[in-house]
Write a protein that binds this ligand. Structure first.
Ligand code: XMP
Length: 518
């Protein structure tokens, strides 16, 4: 996608945990936004001709030795700059203000008193307003030329601005939902201060991407690994619309999918579906079960599943022969998390596909979605007419049910989890709370315990139900499912799923627990 023609705002990343959220919020204003490390040379930043620059939060203290920093010239490019948290402190320090350890750390929801109602960022926002604070240091003195525009009980400079130079600093985090009017503040910056018109829309993304792919690929052969997840499905449809039968999609059913999931994918992408492509379904269940037999340890299971996946894919690719392009459903957070965009160099191993097949002989990788966030991918998917149940799907881990069965995996256990999970899903939908929860599923604990059924003593398994509400999947709260719904689910699971005699509901938030059990 040619993003160069769009107006853009740059997020300069100082390692803050909310960096992607800042960029997403800007995109929600229909403004194209990219994340770059604070190490990016000034010339490069200037060359991108941004309409505005946002400096993120970060873990350092601006006054510490080797702290992440920026050139003072960044503030003299004639481009509006908004500093958030660490970014705000850095702006103040670099321009001659003072930052020091706060006598009291501020964390959580905090009332902010707006001192300058006429500030462009606070237009239409009443004082006081609730904001999300998270800092140990504070700005004790604003830089010369800056006016203090907001404060809190503990923080003399919660916001400051030099309107003449279009420089703005905010100590709190407008990008998180806990800041009541945070999105409005960001929108004021992007639209009113930077003067963006909002020319980034998903409406024409699909059409122009298809045209671009057509031009690039011509009559080349394309191979796409299809998981049935949102990203690879949208990528596959874009490619099929661009090159038709020159695209082959390989769908590996590893026997660790949810109930009926393989058939659903085949219904959409198979020969009876609406798309013109070559669809290959590989029923590789047994290969995976054999490799997983007796393996208990979670990381080992993940590794086995990842590796076997590549081997199966390779075997299929060999049958197809030479391909010119390999499609990957990489999306923007993957790019950022692999350290290519911003500062978050910590690669979450489980989010990587686990490398490329060695065999596949191809010229180039195509990643049509690498500039998009998940919600944007979904918009494109809906626009392409992909069924909503596929586009709006909850995240499902690559290793699938393999990491939702504690201990060793067997075909019988997979069936138990699939059946229990399908019941849980059905009842959540029936109760109308499926939209509220971000991700929910049933898992098989490796716990067996004594029970009684009819007049018989049982010694059977316990199912754990998990349901979380989250925005970014980094932290999560437990869904407060009504007791009556839980009871119905429990009854049905006990009655309908063989070898289960107990049902637990996991009420742990993340942290300390993760969303998946393994
Ligand atoms: P955790 O368990 O780390 O999960 O709290 C956070 C989100 O990531 C998903 N997840 C995975 N996704 N491969 C994936 O593609 C994996 O190995 C994997 N492990 C966890 C999880 O479902 C949740 O949405």
């Amino acid at each position: 996608m040619n993003t160069a023609k769009h107006e853009r705002v740059l997020v300069i990343d100082f390692g803050g945990q909310y960096n992607q959220l800042v960029a997403r919020r800007v995109r929600e204003c229909n403004v194209y936004c990219e994340i770059y490390s604070y190490r990016t040379p000034l010339e490069e930043i200037r060359g991108m001709n941004p309409k505005g620059i946002i400096l993120t939060g970060g873990p350092d203290s601006v006054y510490a030795e080797n702290a992440a920093s920026c050139s003072p010239e960044l503030f003299s490019l004639g481009v509006p700059v908004l500093g958030l948290c660490y970014g705000a402190q850095l702006m103040m320090q670099v321009l001659g203000g003072r930052v020091e350890r706060a006598p009291e750390r501020e964390y959580g929801k905090t009332e902010v008193i707006i001192d300058k109602a006429g500030s462009p960022l606070f237009e239409g926002i009443d004082s006081p307003t609730v904001c999300w604070m998270s800092h140990n240091d504070y700005i004790s003195q604003a830089a010369p030329g800056f006016e203090i525009t907001a404060h809190t009980g503990n923080c003399p400079v919660a916001a400051a601005e030099n309107a003449g130079r279009n420089l703005y600093a905010i100590q709190f985090h407008p990008e998180v939902l806990h800041t009541e009017h945070g999105f409005e503040m960001l929108r004021h910056f992007v639209m009113d201060v930077c003067g963006c018109s909002g020319d980034w829309r998903m409406d024409d993304f699909a059409e122009s991407m298809i045209a671009e792919l057509k031009k690039k690929i011509g009559s080349g052969k394309v191979l796409c690994g299809l998981s049935g997840g949102v990203d690879s499905s949208v990528a596959a449809v874009l490619l099929s619309k661009a090159v038709g039968k020159n695209l082959t999609c390989v769908f590996v059913d590893h026997g660790l999918l949810r109930k009926s999931e393989g058939d659903m994918v085949e219904e959409v992408f198979g020969p009876d579906g609406p798309y013109d492509l070559n669809f290959v379904r590989v029923n590789a269940q047994d290969r995976f079960y054999i490799k997983l037999a007796g393996v208990q340890e979670p990381e080992r299971k993940r590794k086995i599943i990842g590796e076997e996946f590549i081997r199966v894919f390779e075997d299929e690719a060999k049958k197809i022969g030479h391909v010119d392009y390999l499609v990957q459903g990489t999306i923007y957070p993957d790019v950022v998390e692999s350290g290519l965009g911003g500062e978050s160099a910590v690669i979450k191993s489980h989010h990587n596909v686990g490398g490329l097949p060695d065999y596949v002989d191809f010229r180039e990788i195509i990643e049509p979605l690498r500039d998009l966030f998940k919600d944007e991918v979904r918009q494109v998917g809906l626009r392409l007419g992909i069924p909503e149940k596929l586009v709006m799907r909850q995240p499902f881990p690559g290793p699938g049910l393999g990491i939702r069965i504690i201990g060793d995996v067997t075909a019988e256990k997979v069936k138990m989890v699939q059946d229990a999970d399908a019941i849980f899903r059905e009842e959540m939908e029936r109760a109308g709370i499926n939209g509220e929860a971000s991700q929910y599923y049933a898992a098989l604990t490796n716990v067996r315990s004594v029970g009684v059924m009819g007049d018989e003593r049982t010694y059977d398994y316990a199912i754990a139900l998990r349901s979380v509400n989250t925005v970014d999947f980094m932290t999560a709260d437990v869904t407060e499912i009504p007791y009556s719904v839980l009871k119905t689910v429990m009854n049905r699971i006990i009655n309908e799923v063989d070898h289960v005699n107990r049902v637990f509901y996991d009420i742990t938030s993340k942290p300390p627990a993760t969303i998946e059990l393994e």
